[in-house]
Design a binder for this molecule. Structure first.
Ligand code: GLC
Length: 527
């Protein structure tokens, strides 16, 4: 008797340094149980909409057990699911659905710090001052009379000193909120435990990792002060690369080439080092967020990133928004934001799209009494309230809370939010959603596998014409319409949603296929 062989497992979605990754801020994406906070089952239920948009993978922000002091970036257990978001079965269902739709899944790994509720820190609090468990954190005596002053002058990213005093008089380091004590990465338990976490999720089916605060793990051994002209005592220290080389060995041991991307700040020649193939393999190129709306500035950012990554053996990870920044539609304006999306989607590398940016969502002015972000609260509003970029998404125009929840959203949606609803945008061929859907579909054939080299051709003031492979991206950053005076070019995508074959309006970006002659000569033929 012959038995039918089981179906071969579906091919694993490919996530690599040319993918488009969609960042799902889990709290704000979709709520399945009416508590007002987005959750894993809510993500699963809406993955079809993500797949329709045409991205390659989703990145899920932390859903691990956590007191939520920094909305999940204060992790109490790296290998579990907070009941607020579901359970491991809900996570498995999400991965299965995503893979069924051809989407990869990335999870966030938070190695720099844990929550004060993590068992290791609880042990510190419970045990006496000489307990070896303290070695997993940075605990130091204070300075000044009775040790009343912190050990040094390091500042927390969220404002105030980076040190908090325990009842027994010792001080512990936290580069972020006091609820997020920093781990001491020279301690072997710390390295071993995080590597177990990577294996846990990789074996559970995830396709990659986004590494939080990747540049912060190593601290100056004597906790030296910040001094101009000297390597920073806690950001981007060279020793950190040894950690990522060991992660790469661990990840490749589970499945060769598991994707990983560093959240790291600094000049391109430093951040690209995290993207070396024997390390994480990929790194975010954040400075495009700070690049002014100018053709020459954008060209320079792209060139510097490409050069640094070429040297490192990788490609840049372009980013225009995340749960940490002001929404790009407010930062540069809605039309320019779409133009920048098209421009960077045409560049060699990956692109990370922040959920809601495909709807053109603006930054919301969340009323002060509704603020939740520790950065805004701790700096008393001096720093950006990231809440404004985290307002729950509008799905439909006519349901309560725009279809996000049947309860009360954890951050208030502003009046008029329904105007951005995804269901309406899917029906409108000129909406931001439709423009991006069209571009993402085309990107797969036009750019994804294309040359890693960009040539700037056909120069005009304020206009960038980037030739890559057999197509060009034309960004008009000037104030005047730009006439496409070239023969044989065909406009195949436009940030305006209208395929005008002659003119690129100010603030727009179009993609054109070009005749082989242009590709060979690297220059345009004027009509
Ligand atoms: C990263 C996260 C941010 C968080 C911080 C501390 O920058 O993106 O949201 O507050 O790390 O974990």
């Amino acid at each position: 008797m012959t038995s039918t062989p089981p179906d071969p497992p579906a091919a694993r979605p490919r996530v690599d340094s040319r993918s488009v990754v969609y960042e799902v801020y889990v709290r704000s994406f979709a709520d399945s149980d009416g508590d007002g906070v987005g959750d894993l089952a809510g993500v699963t239920a809406h993955l079809d909409a993500v797949a329709r948009l045409g991205v390659d993978a989703v990145w899920l922000t932390p859903f691990y057990p956590s007191p939520q002091a920094d909305h999940g970036y204060d992790v109490a257990d790296h290998r579990g699911v907070d009941p607020l978001f579901g359970d491991l079965a809900a996570f498995d269902a999400l991965v299965e659905r995503a893979h069924g739709l051809g989407l990869g899944v990335l999870v966030d790994v938070v190695p720099n710090h844990v929550s004060v509720a993590h068992p290791w820190f609880r042990q510190v609090l419970a045990a006496g001052p000489d307990d070896p468990s303290r070695g997993r954190f940075h605990l130091r005596p204070g300075t000044g009379p009775d040790g009343r002053r912190p050990p040094n002058r390091w500042r927390s990213v969220f404002g105030g000193p980076a040190w908090t005093r325990l009842p027994d008089g010792a001080w512990y380091l936290h580069l972020f909120a006091p609820e997020q004590p920093d781990l001491d990465w020279t301690h072997p338990d710390v390295r071993a435990d995080l590597e177990r976490t990577l294996v846990f999720w990789a074996e559970r089916g995830v396709d990659g990792f986004r590494v939080d605060v990747a540049g912060g793990l190593m601290k100056h051994p004597l906790l030296a002060e910040v001094r101009r002209g000297e390597p920073h005592p806690h950001w981007d220290r060279t020793e950190v690369h040894d950690v990522y080389r060991s992660w790469r060995r661990v990840l490749d041991g589970v499945r060769p080439g598991v994707f990983a991307v560093a959240e790291v700040w600094g000049p391109p020649e430093r951040t690209a080092l995290y993207a070396r193939p024997d390390e994480l393999g990929h790194a975010f190129a954040f400075e495009v967020l700070q690049t002014p709306w100018s053709a020459s500035a954008l060209q320079r950012t792209v060139e510097l990133q490409l050069a640094a990554h070429r040297e490192a053996g990788s490609l840049p990870g372009w980013v225009l928004g995340s749960h940490d920044f002001e929404r790009v539609a407010s930062r540069v304006g809605r039309e320019r934001a779409l133009a920048l999306h098209l421009f960077l989607l045409a560049m060699p590398g990956s692109f990370t799209l922040y959920a809601g940016d495909e709807l053109g969502l603006p930054q919301v002015d969340v009323p002060r009494e509704a603020w939740q972000d520790p950065q805004a609260l701790r700096s008393d509003g001096e720093q950006l309230s990231r809440d404004g970029a985290r307002v729950p998404l509008p799905w439909t125009p006519d349901e309560p809370a725009c279809g996000f929840t049947t309860g009360t959203p954890w951050l208030p949606q502003p009046p008029g939010w329904e105007a951005y609803a995804r269901s309406t945008q899917e029906q409108d061929p000129t909406s931001p959603w439709s423009v991006l859907r069209h571009a993402l579909a085309l990107r797969r054939t036009l750019w994804r596998e294309s040359s890693a080299t960009v040539r700037w051709i056909d120069p005009h003031p304020g206009v960038l014409v980037a030739l890559r492979g057999e197509a060009v991206a034309v960004l008009n950053a000037s104030n005047r319409p730009h006439r496409l005076a070239l023969t044989g070019w065909e406009v195949v995508a436009s940030s305006t949603g209208v395929l005008d074959q002659d003119v690129v309006p100010p603030g727009a970006c179009v993609w054109c296929t070009v005749p082989p002659g242009v590709v060979a000569a690297g220059a345009g033929t004027v009509r």
